[in-house]
Each structure stands twice: as structure tokens, then as C-alpha cells.
Write a protein of this length. Sequence first.
Length: 192
Amino acid sequence: MHAECHDDDMKIGRLFCCLIMPVLAAPAFAACPTGADHFAQIESLVLRMQVAPHGGAARVLSDEMWQIWLQAPDSDAQALLDEGVALLQMGAHSESRARLIALVRYCPNYAEGYNQRAFAAFLQGDLEAALLDLHAAIALQPVHLGALTGKVLTLIRLGRDAEAQVVLRNALSINPWLAERALLDGSLGRDI
């Protein structure tokens, strides 16, 4: 009996270390600030992207957009984002996701937190979780091309091709030069 209790205590201890410690180890934050309002900048980039004469010009504008999206609301959020992205690039998907979960909890109105967490979930094969995060990112930032194209790829992987085509057409209405354009069924037509 004593050995069983000891084993149960060890299991609980391991569970605590695996599940609770990452949360406790995350920095304690007061509240996430709103962050800078980039609406006018994003709107200008979208308008210029829609009439870009070629893919190279659109890519430059897209890179400017990414620079804005990757600016977290404060230094604490930036550290979580940077750590999450770095871990993701190293292939440490679970660890990355833990940092990005902390980011989303701290800054629930920061679209890029959801977008990066969706990417980590996608790479882990957790497509439903990825889709939920992509919905959240797009709700916060409707022209977030990374989230839109991520949603396209996730829907395709889920076998929901018709929905993917709708989202892809939306993304192409923002940037007609996206590489994902090759996934479009039919021509661009006048609706783009």
C-alpha cells in the first residue's frame, strides 16, 4: 500500500511538472496593453498590394505587413512571441505552443499570437485547434494574409476544399500575387 501511494505521488508530481510548471514559469503580467493602431498603415498596404504590377512588388508590401503583425503590444508579449517563433523554427512544436498559449492568454486581442499558435498546432497535426486559432486571428485582423492562407491550407488538409476556395478568393482579393494562387480552382475572374 505504501508503495502504491508513493507511485501515485510520483505520478502526480510528474503531472504537476509537465502541466502546471510551464504556466507557473511563464512571466506574471498585469494586463496586455492595446498596442499601436496600425489600421491606416495596413489599409494603405492592402490598397497598394491590390494594384501591385507584379509579384515582387506585392512581396515587398507583404513583408511590410509582416513587420507590423510581428510587433507585439509590449516587451513581455514580444518576448513570448519571439521565444515561440524561435522554438517553432527549431522544431520544438510543443514548447513553442506552450509559449504561444501564454502569449494568447496575456494578449487575447493580438492576432499574431493566434496565428503563430495555429501554425504550431498545424505542424503537430492538430488541425481543429489550428482552425480555431486561425478563426480568432482573422476575426481580430481580417486582412491577415498569413492567417488566411493558413486557413486555406488547414481546410484543404481537412478535406474541406469548397470552404478553402472561398477563403482563398478572399485572400487573393487582398493580394492577387499570393503563391497560394496556384491552389485556386478556375480563374481569378472579376470577383477578385
